[in-house]
Design a protein around this ligand. Structure first.
Ligand code: BMA
Length: 313
């Protein structure tokens, strides 16, 4: 049976978080890492400050839809360490990667040297330790699989290139700090909704049929770029092997706060929460201005990858 659109059902009270909900001055609230920790939903969201640079805030929720923002920012650019040199222009688009009873946070660190990825760790979201900068410039959107494959961690990322449209790569590591054996595994398709570039979105999570990865794809129009979300299924034992990629997008900008805002026509995800009942809560920034939520049936997304797939490469 074919899975039917809409694959993501928008929460009826979107947007779920705006700058008015934040108790310190910010211009936007978007692109949030998400996790369910000890039964509570924790959201680590990006905000532009009024100087155009970004920091990360924290909000908590009992039900995954109504969030209360903490009075102070969660993470701001580092000072006084090696990280400070690379976070000078701000930190953005944090992902929460659950690995071995800990959470590894991957975020974009911007500076005069380009954009790199910072890795930090926390067990409780109270004390956080920065571990390392795990990429050179220019690479973004790092998500890490929750388990090791033949003794090595695996991540998806997106290097910049002037020769080829920006694509999704995989790399491996023995210790989460040193990464290698990189390979390109998924590329945009010409004259397709993700023709301009693609990049990892939410950290992949396990299903019976494979690792499900929600990614973003971009199409350039006369009115600017349109950011949409798509879905791919990776082999359970070999995450570098893609079993299927949905030919169709699963979400596109449609609500007024997705179509217009700081950057028009953007839905961008950094996090989703799979639930025990087989549903998924997914979170996205609308027009780089507000945060939205929706739900999906995980099996529908898996079926979409298996039955209506385009080539990965
Ligand atoms: C990407 C990133 C995201 C942003 C998106 C749309 O390149 O910078 O943080 O949401 O563009 O502006």
């Amino acid at each position: 049976m074919k899975a039917q659109a809409p694959f993501i059902k928008r929460y009826k009270k979107n947007p779920i978080l705006t700058k008015e909900d934040v108790p310190y001055p910010v211009a936007t609230v978007h692109n949030a890492g998400m996790v369910k920790h000890d039964g509570r939903y924790i959201m680590l969201f990006r905000s532009h400050l009024h100087n155009g640079r970004s920091i990360i805030g924290r909000a908590d929720s009992e039900d995954g839809f109504s969030f209360i923002v903490h009075p102070e920012p969660f993470l701001a650019p580092a000072t006084g360490t090696i990280f400070a040199d690379y976070e000078e222009f701000g930190i953005e688009d944090l992902r929460i990667n659950p690995i071995e009873n800990e959470y590894f946070l991957t975020y974009s660190a911007y500076s005069r040297h380009g954009v790199r990825i910072g890795l930090a760790r926390t067990k409780d979201f109270e004390s956080i330790e920065r571990v390392a900068l795990i990429t050179q410039a220019d690479l973004r959107n790092v998500v890490i699989f929750p388990v090791k494959f033949q003794g090595r961690y695996a991540r998806l990322d997106r290097p910049h290139s002037e020769i080829s449209p920006w694509s999704i790569w995989i790399s491996y590591s023995p210790d989460l700090v040193h990464w290698g054996d990189s390979e390109v595994i998924m590329k945009p398709v010409p004259y397709h909704w993700d023709e301009m570039k693609i990049g990892p979105g939410a950290p992949p999570f396990k299903t019976d049929r494979g690792w499900l990865h929600i990614y973003h794809g971009v199409f350039k129009t006369m009115g600017g770029a349109v950011y949409r979300l798509g879905v791919a299924l990776h082999d359970l034992d070999d995450p570098g092997k893609i079993i299927g990629v949905s030919d169709q997008w699963i979400l596109q900008p449609e609500d007024p706060w997705e179509v217009s805002g700081y950057v028009p026509n953007v839905v961008f995800t950094c996090g989703a929460v799979p639930e025990k009942d087989g549903t998924l809560k997914i979170y996205w920034g609308g027009a780089d201005t507000v945060l939205c939520a929706g739900t999906a049936v995980i099996d529908d997304l898996v079926r979409l990858c298996l039955t209506q797939s385009r080539a990965a490469l």
